[in-house]
Design a protein around this ligand. Structure first.
Ligand SMILES: Nc1nc2c(c(=O)[nH]1)N[C@H]1C(S)=C(S)[C@@H](COP(=O)(O)O)O[C@H]1N2
Ligand SMILES: [Mo]
Length: 464
């Protein structure tokens, strides 16, 4: 809804607040329920004492609605109404002088999506397309992240799909092409898995020298319980034809990318062998709620263990083929490119590397002397976590306690309770090892696009 700033001013002689009855009448009129009856939402009001000035920020369908609501203030003095915008709307439209964006019905209003993310506490990297990460101390808490605080990674503007007309099409090398409505999908056998998603670029801004791309800190990772239909069941319904080896997953979002004249869709592929090794899910719920638009409403793919680029949001099409996907985000991005011995070596980004993050203490935090809990999360795409070791001030590695059950594709909580006797700086490092025997390097190998940075996390706190 459009936003306005209202300024009311009266003369000192006729200050209505001096008359208890008039004052009460205006207070009642300004109350949230009264404003709502007039179709107005008040965001906060304040009076400048001595200046006989009242300011408030309000939302209303248009200025006429707001002006009607303001009649009692016009009787008491002057009223000025200024059309305004939220800070998120100004940034998403490109500045105070830019034309406000006219958002088509097919897209989510970028300003609204951004405002929600800010209010949930995400650190915004970019407004449009919306990209935001969780702060690392915020990763602490329950087994899963609250949906609003789950990091957001979008390559294009966020599509706003209509659940009633939505169809998932399954075609290509299949016996029967399918076109499934949401209702049909909801009627199929459902399963739920707790799965950690991590952006392959998580930790990119810690690579030195700096690499291009979204400058993620360490919070482009989160965990949720995803509910949906096992992908394999939908494939069985369609029936694979001989020769079928690959699948392409197509999202509803698209946009311009470097090196292409026409807009490209967000598309990723997986081979049938890769799919058989994962419990890939066509998810419609996140932590028991329908997916939100920014996280892929109404349906997204979840590929446990893989870097999250594989988990295509706003999934509208699955195409079964006999050749590997050649889409932009499959072949031109999401490749490790390591300069090694004067040559360039390449490998596609697939499973998440093993990694531990320290959620407590926070960088720079002051800790009292005495027993202290060092806590965090650890995960790996190759298997569950077998151990996490913690080192204090460069001392020996000590095994942390793994908290709760270990799941293959979800993060594991860990903690180490330790006495802190000496005051001064305390550097904490944590290193995870997975069931496959993989562990973290001191410093992850630099690669051109900054993927897979699983260098050992270090945090420096202050013992006081
Ligand atoms: N359709 C579509 N799916 C997508 C993306 C996208 O831009 N479009 N981004 C991918 C990447 S790179 C990541 S890290 C995850 C982020 O998922 P989230 O925003 O729900 O955290 O979605 C993946 N799926
Ligand atoms: Mo990502």
């Amino acid at each position: 809804m459009p936003l306005f700033i209202v300024h009311h001013q009266h003369s000192p002689e006729t200050c209505p607040a001096r008359d208890p009855a008039k004052g009460a009448m205006l207070l009642n009129h300004l109350s949230r329920p009264s404003a709502a009856r007039h179709g107005v939402v008040i965001k906060g009001e304040a009076v400048v004492r001595g200046l006989h000035s009242l300011f408030f920020i309000a939302e209303a369908a248009d200025e006429t609605v707001l002006q009607a609501f303001l009649a009692p203030f016009r009787q008491a003095g002057e009223v000025e109404v200024i059309a305004a915008m939220s800070c998120a709307a100004v940034v998403s439209s490109g500045g105070c002088d830019a034309c406000p964006v006219d958002v088509s019905a097919a897209l989510l209003d970028p300003a609204d999506a951004c405002q929600d993310a800010i209010e949930a506490g995400l650190l915004i990297h970019r407004v449009n397309p919306l990209n935001g990460e969780t702060s690392v101390p915020d990763l602490a808490g329950g087994a899963v992240m609250p949906n609003g605080r789950f990091y957001l990674r979008n390559h294009f503007e966020i599509p706003s799909l209509d659940g009633d007309s939505y169809r998932l099409s399954v075609g290509g090398l299949v016996e029967r092409s399918l076109s499934l409505s949401l209702r049909e999908l909801h009627n199929l056998h459902a399963e739920s898995f707790v799965v950690t998603l991590e952006c392959a670029g998580n930790g990119r801004n810690l690579f030195d020298p700096a690499v291009p791309g979204e400058a993620w800190g360490l919070g482009a990772v989160s965990t949720a319980e995803w509910t949906g239909i096992p992908l394999i069941e939908v494939l069985e319904r369609a029936g694979l034809r001989p020769g079928a080896t690959e699948l392409v997953f197509r999202g509803a979002d698209s946009g311009l990318v470097e090196g292409h004249d026409a807009p490209v869709r967000f598309e990723r592929g997986l081979s049938l062998d890769q799919i058989r090794e994962t419990d890939a899910l066509l998810a419609y719920e996140m932590n028991g709620e329908p997916l939100s638009s920014p996280h892929g409403y109404p349906l997204r793919l979840i590929v446990p263990g893989w870097y999250a680029v594989a988990s295509v949001k706003w999934l509208t099409e699955i195409v079964v083929t006999d050749e590997p996907c050649k889409a932009h985000y499959q072949t031109e991005k999401y490749w490790y490119q390591w300069p090694r011995n004067g040559r360039e070596e390449r490998a596609p980004v697939k499973l998440m590397n093993v990694r531990a993050l320290i959620s407590s203490p926070d960088q720079g935090e002051s800790l009292p002397r005495g027993e202290t809990a060092i806590r965090g999360v650890a995960w790996s795409g190759a298997g569950s976590i077998s151990r996490v070791d913690v080192s204090l001030n460069g001392g020996p590695w000590r095994a942390a306690r793994l908290v709760g059950e270990g799941r293959r594709a979800a993060w594991q909580w860990w903690e180490l309770i330790t006495p802190l006797e000496e005051t001064g700086p305390l550097t904490v490092r944590a290193r995870a090892t997975d069931m496959a025997g993989r562990t973290q390097p001191e410093c992850a190998e630099w690669n051109r696009l900054g993927y897979g940075n699983n260098s050992i996390h270090a945090v420096t706190a202050q013992v006081i």
